[in-house]
Design a protein. Structure first.
Length: 141
């Protein structure tokens, strides 16, 4: 576990997976799992043209708390950066990294961390569809 607050940031700038991976890498870890969530071109059978992410002003604090909680409960270093603003198809929306001595705990912890971020951090996604319509997803944040 890191001695400092884990890398946990909300950003309106393009995300760098290497930065997130470096935040957790260490000589004692044989496994580093990096998850990148990208904007895809479809959802529920509809063509998606772009996304907009909006975050509550305290979203960074929530993200830091979730990352710190996961670090405390697992003893593993974690890092996460989530994008806000307008994103196009293929852009990175989130990057999460976890390091562990072995792969299984790194994969499991990374999956759990992504789920917690999705459910506990007040970030909202608006999908723009190719037909000109849009919808808010997970807008109850």
């Amino acid at each position: 576990m890191s001695e400092q607050t884990p890398l946990a940031r909300i950003s309106d700038q393009p995300l760098l997976p290497e930065e997130v991976e470096l935040a957790v890498t260490g000589p004692e870890f044989g496994a580093v799992v990096v998850f990148t969530g990208r904007v895809r071109n479809h959802d529920a059978g509809q063509a998606v043209s772009s996304l907009e992410y909006s975050a509550h002003p305290e979203a960074g604090r929530f993200l830091t708390r979730v990352c710190a909680d996961v670090e405390a409960s697992t003893g593993l270093p974690v890092a996460a950066v989530h994008r806000t603003g307008s994103l196009t198809i293929g852009d990175l929306a989130i990057v999460v990294a976890v390091a562990a001595p072995h792969r299984r705990e790194a994969f499991d912890t990374c999956s759990d961390l992504v789920d917690r971020i999705k459910h506990e951090v007040p970030i909202w996604k608006r999908q723009m569809f190719a037909d000109g319509m849009s919808e808010w997803v997970n807008a109850c944040g």
